[in-house]
Write a protein that binds this ligand. Structure first.
Ligand code: NA7
Length: 535
């Protein structure tokens, strides 16, 4: 098929995941032209790349779906409470078909540079395939956890077996039958992959640096009656999502974990554990994210659960995390802790015996060499900023985004950044997105950006740009809010600590999605306060 790229459009959108797809749909609704560049060969973003066994979403399917089209809501049939990657990718493809999105998306095309021309007031966007397109608006829909990070371990290239990163998994799948497999990393990706690989592999060794808190998903097929029920009540449900703190409607806790009796608390934690899900346990009391003493109660509860499930006491002890629960994104699992009771699964605690190097034959820890046929790197991402700073973005005066974010990302509302007119980020650093049901955050951002562009159009305005003052105030506010929580106390990809040399800043906005959305709405209603609009 011929591949044409226009030389000028109204909007260039980078990325065809859930953000870029919806952005394209909204831009079309404004009767503007748009082109989307996507590095992958199809839509889906995260769900296109992360094909490792056991990859699942950690928000319930009926809530982890677009709300902008009632027809889409009514016609789509989710199968599982927490669908696996293939089902979510199928949904993304369905949306692309349904709204005829693909004709404006150029696949297998990575954007390499974007330069703002102050005279012409247009962005010039370049791709790895030699495309050069100018646009009035640039929307970075590049995702928050989309740049895979390989570990800084010597010898990674020397390994004689096969190796994979979970976020760059072969499309044809991998058969581990009969193999000795090593998995490095025990975040959401490792916790998802480990139980499934364990069933296949002859032998599985898990290399754990920091244990994760993992809650049972209690995944199951959805019943026809609950699907029908949701479809009948979707409008009220979506409203409740938008008015919630995490983009997931759950009862708001009213009491401190420390004001109830230990028995009552245990009973509440037991109910949440039995119910499963990402938010139920941490939503039992008001102060689990803010008080160390309150958080300790839920931590002790989870430690007990781990010790009950895992038979070998030493392995169980190694699996118990010591940082505050929830300050790294907790995992949802199906049989994760149980997997360590299998004869063919071994846990290596890297705190005791760190990895020294990867050898031709496997992985050498400080005490011995582990001989392996395959290594799976579940080592995470250069999150929240990597996908933005990897593109050579230059705003006013040729200043690069990477340079201006040298000491950490600075944004206004996580949507715009000073010095980069008419550039928008979907779910950027400084927004609450990574703490929430991502699709709810994506829709809110896309709609806000589309409304801002429509506003400029209707008033004949050319540019919108965050002021430095509004940005400074917002960054201070994000930090102030973070300071009231336990989040900054733990090293994580929220703070940039997982990437050597990355500035340490707690990047998400932790005051809740509902408060944030209200703030964004007020900014828009007052004529985009904190942004400079120019004729
Ligand atoms: P995460 O959550 O960043 O987890 C990465 C894991 O890999 C984590 O356990 C890391 O340990 C470990 N890691 C990273 N580098 C190394 C080295 N060099 N040696 C040993 N272990 C290492 O990424 P995921 O892909 O699991 O999940 C990302 C998000 O996607 C998740 O939160 C969901 O929102 C979806 P560490 O903690 O750094 O000690």
């Amino acid at each position: 098929a011929s591949r044409t790229v226009p030389s000028a459009v109204d909007v260039v959108i980078v990325g065809a995941g859930f953000s870029g797809m919806y952005m394209l749909h909204r831009i079309r609704g404004l009767n503007l032209s748009a082109i989307v560049f996507e590095a992958g060969s199809d839509v889906g973003g995260t769900w296109y790349w992360n094909r490792y066994p056991g990859a699942r979403v950690d928000v319930e399917s009926l809530a982890y779906s677009y709300s902008f089209s009632e027809e889409l809501e009514q016609e789509y049939e989710w199968q599982e409470r927490y669908p696996a990657q293939p089902e979510i990718l199928r949904y993304a493809r369905h949306v692309a078909e349904r709204f005829d999105l693909r004709r404006d998306i150029r696949f297998d095309t990575r954007v390499t540079a974007a330069t703002y021309d102050e005279k012409a007031r247009r962005w010039l966007v370049r791709t790895g395939r030699g495309d050069a397109v100018t646009a009035r608006f640039l929307v970075m829909a590049t995702g928050c956890v989309s740049v895979p990070k390989l570990p800084e371990i010597p010898g990674v290239d020397r390994f004689g077996g096969v190796s994979y990163h979970t976020a760059n998994w072969p499309h044809e799948g991998v058969d581990f039958t009969g193999l000795r497999v090593g998995v490095i990393g025990t975040g959401a990706s490792g916790v998802g992959a480990i139980p499934v690989i364990a069933e296949q592999a002859a032998d599985l060794t898990v290399f754990q640096r920091t244990p994760a808190y993992s809650f049972p998903a209690r995944n199951r097929r959805l019943r026809p009656d609950e699907i029908a029920d949701m479809k009948a009540n979707y409008r009220a449900f979506r409203k409740a999502q938008r008015e919630s703190g995490f983009g997931v409607p759950i009862a708001v806790p009213t009491r401190s974990a420390l004001e109830v009796s230990p028995e009552e608390r245990e009973a509440a934690y037991e109910r949440a554990w039995a119910e499963g899900g990402l938010y139920s346990l941490m939503n039992t009391y008001t102060d689990l994210y803010t008080s160390q003493a309150a958080n300790d109660t839920v931590k002790r509860f989870i430690h007990r659960k781990i010790r009950e499930i895992v038979k070998d006491p030493r392995t169980a002890a190694d699996l118990c995390p010591d940082y505050p629960v929830g300050t790294k994104r907790p995992c949802l699992d199906t049989g994760y802790y149980e997997t360590y009771n299998r004869e063919n699964v071994h846990l290596v605690n890297l705190r005791r015996t760190p990895i020294v190097e990867v050898t031709e034959r496997g992985i050498r820890t400080s005490d011995r060499e582990h001989v392996l046929d395959a290594i799976v790197y579940a080592t995470g991402f250069d999150a929240m900023t990597g996908a933005l700073t990897n593109v050579d973005i230059r705003g006013r005066g040729g200043v690069s985004l990477k340079e201006s974010w040298r000491d950490g990302p600075r944004t206004y509302l996580g949507i715009g950044t000073a010095g980069f007119p008419n550039m928008f980020m979907i779910t950027g650093p400084g927004s609450p997105s990574v703490l929430t049901n991502m699709i709810v955050s994506i829709e809110q951002h896309v709609e806000w950006v589309a409304d801002a562009i429509a506003y400029l159009q209707s008033r004949g305005l050319a540019t919108i740009e965050a002021t430095r003052q509004a940005q400074d105030t917002w960054v201070d506010h994000v930090n102030l809010v973070a300071g009231y929580t336990l989040f900054p106390k733990t090293d994580s990809w929220y703070t940039g600590a997982n990437v050597p040399g990355k500035p340490r800043v707690f990047m998400p906005y932790a005051a809740g999605f509902n408060r944030y959305r209200k703030r964004c709405d007020e900014v828009a209603a007052r004529g985009y306060t904190g942004f400079t609009l120019s004729a």
